[in-house]
Design a protein around this ligand. Structure first.
Ligand SMILES: O=C(O)c1cnc2c(S(=O)(=O)O)cccc2c1O
Length: 462
């Protein structure tokens, strides 16, 4: 019998720091009960009355989305922010036209190949505002058989009529950064939501916002977004370099990979790794060991979905063959602790781990895959920073969440003596498992016919 899996009304000091995964159908209850949510759970976390909501996403199935809202809220104003263009835009307009409460907002995409990847919900209640930043498309296929990440904010109280960009901010400047990110859409419907955000007290938000806005950013705006924003935050608020030395590996985990350049030292192990390897007071430690988690062909074949999981892992052969060096950094998807080794990853996470795999210096949940389009690339001798896509993520820093220097890693047997640390619920098993010499990286546009998946099918793309 399906016992009541909706979480108890969440204590604001939930030990997961507001970080959750999506439920996976068919798992034993304990793997779904506490730190896993589905969309209906998100709408039921509070008894407060929903007044309006905004959904920022890449793919939205409007009829399905409306069914996830409790019936009494299906007529509340809903703003859907998307990046559809041409045919798919008119399809979305057609689907939305059936629902008078839905307004569509088309994020401008003026740079080629840019997409609106950002996945965020703004939920305005009669007694507060909740923000959700996550990795799942608003389509059924993304919500019950994959590993997806969700950050749920506290229910931020109203400033009782006052609107302020500064009051109700936090030490992480979350409110300021969110307002800045939203201002770059330059859309009236989004500006309306900025007024709601200004009207609430976000001083309880203890995560940093790391967003990407398409553009060629100059001067101080270069560090407002993408990997240069992360570099700035780590430089100002990151771990001590005496503790987190360059021997601490950087783990990147994602569901797609872009063209990273023919030489790994150009972007990947150059400017990108220098940013993610930054610690307080210094950066440019590109000696950081790099570990990249991306599913093998076997990981996909053995997943709950079988080979079709690969339709959400769009790594193309034309890109892969230009960067064989990636092989040196690759690790498998494995999440036995959470019973999600077969829940194909659509989540994207980045973290810094100690060489002995006992501690985590910081953890980022984001929509950003491993690509220049998402993270940005310096151009014109570093004078401008070019980003193609909208992305959004939240950075969990131990000092701001548990006033400790590091998080622990869950299930670390030999806990160091008196290292009473608080674990961060990392969604995959650490230590990571490297690719075996027989493993191949998943590529979605070539055949995979050596062995059938659990549904008895092979993969023969069109
Ligand atoms: O969640 C997203 O934001 C996202 C973006 N793009 C995807 C693509 S593709 O546009 O890159 O071809 C192909 C398959 C799945 C995708 C996806 O899940």
């Amino acid at each position: 019998t399906q016992n009541n899996l909706t979480p108890k009304v969440m204590k604001e000091s939930h030990p997961s720091f507001g970080f959750y995964l999506t439920k996976v159908k068919g798992l034993a209850p304990e793997y779904n009960q506490h730190s896993a949510l589905d969309l209906k759970d998100i709408f039921s976390l509070t008894k407060a009355k929903l007044k309006a909501s905004a959904q920022f996403n890449y793919m939205t199935d409007i009829p399905w989305l409306m069914k996830q809202y409790p019936a009494e809220y299906r007529s509340c104003p809903l703003l859907i922010v998307h990046g559809e263009q041409r045919g798919s835009k008119s399809a979305l307009e057609k689907a939305a036209s059936v629902f008078p409460n839905i307004t569509l907002c088309n994020a401008k995409l003026e740079i080629m190949y840019g997409t609106h990847h950002t996945k965020m919900m703004l939920l305005l209640y009669d007694s507060g505002l909740r923000i959700v930043i996550h990795t799942a498309n608003l389509i059924e296929n993304d919500w019950f058989q994959k590993t997806q990440g969700i950050w749920i904010s506290p229910l931020f109280p109203s400033l009782l009529g006052e609107q302020s960009a500064h009051r109700g901010n936090s030490a992480t400047n979350f409110k300021g950064d969110l307002l800045e990110y939203l201002s770059f859409y330059n859309r009236p419907d989004i500006d309306e939501w900025c007024k709601h955000i200004k009207g609430h007290d976000l001083s309880n938000s203890s995560v940093f916002l790391i967003g990407s806005i398409p553009g060629r950013h100059l001067a101080e705006r270069k560090t407002s977004f993408g990997h240069l924003k992360l570099r700035k935050v780590l430089n100002l608020h990151g771990p001590e370099k005496s503790l987190v030395t360059s021997s601490w590996p950087l783990i990147g985990q994602f569901s797609s990979i872009g063209s990273l350049g023919t030489d790994q030292n150009q972007w990947l192990c150059g400017e990108w790794l220098a940013s993610l390897g930054t610690v307080k007071g210094c950066s440019l430690t590109s000696k950081t060991p790099l570990q990249l988690v991306f599913p093998t062909v076997n990981n996909v074949r053995e997943s709950l979905e079988g080979y079709p999981a690969g339709t959400s892992l769009p790594y193309s052969i034309n890109v892969a063959k230009k960067q064989p060096y990636l092989r040196n950094f690759l690790y498998q998807w494995k999440s036995d602790r959470l019973s999600r080794s077969h829940a194909s990853p659509h989540i994207k996470t980045y973290l810094r781990v100690s060489p002995d795999n006992s501690s985590v210096a910081w953890f980022l949940l984001t929509s950003a895959n491993l690509s220049k389009a998402a993270w940005g690339v310096l151009e014109k001798n570093g004078s401008q920073f070019m980003i193609r896509s909208y992305e959004l993520g939240v950075l969990f820093m131990p000092q701001y969440l548990v006033s400790r220097k590091v998080f622990g890693v869950p299930e670390v047997k030999e806990r160091k003596a008196n290292m009473e640390t608080i674990s961060f619920p990392v969604p995959y098993d650490i230590p990571l498992i490297p690719y075996s010499n027989k493993d191949e990286i998943w590529i979605w546009d070539i055949p995979h016919i050596k062995a059938p998946d659990r549904h008895g099918n092979k993969w023969c793309p069109p």
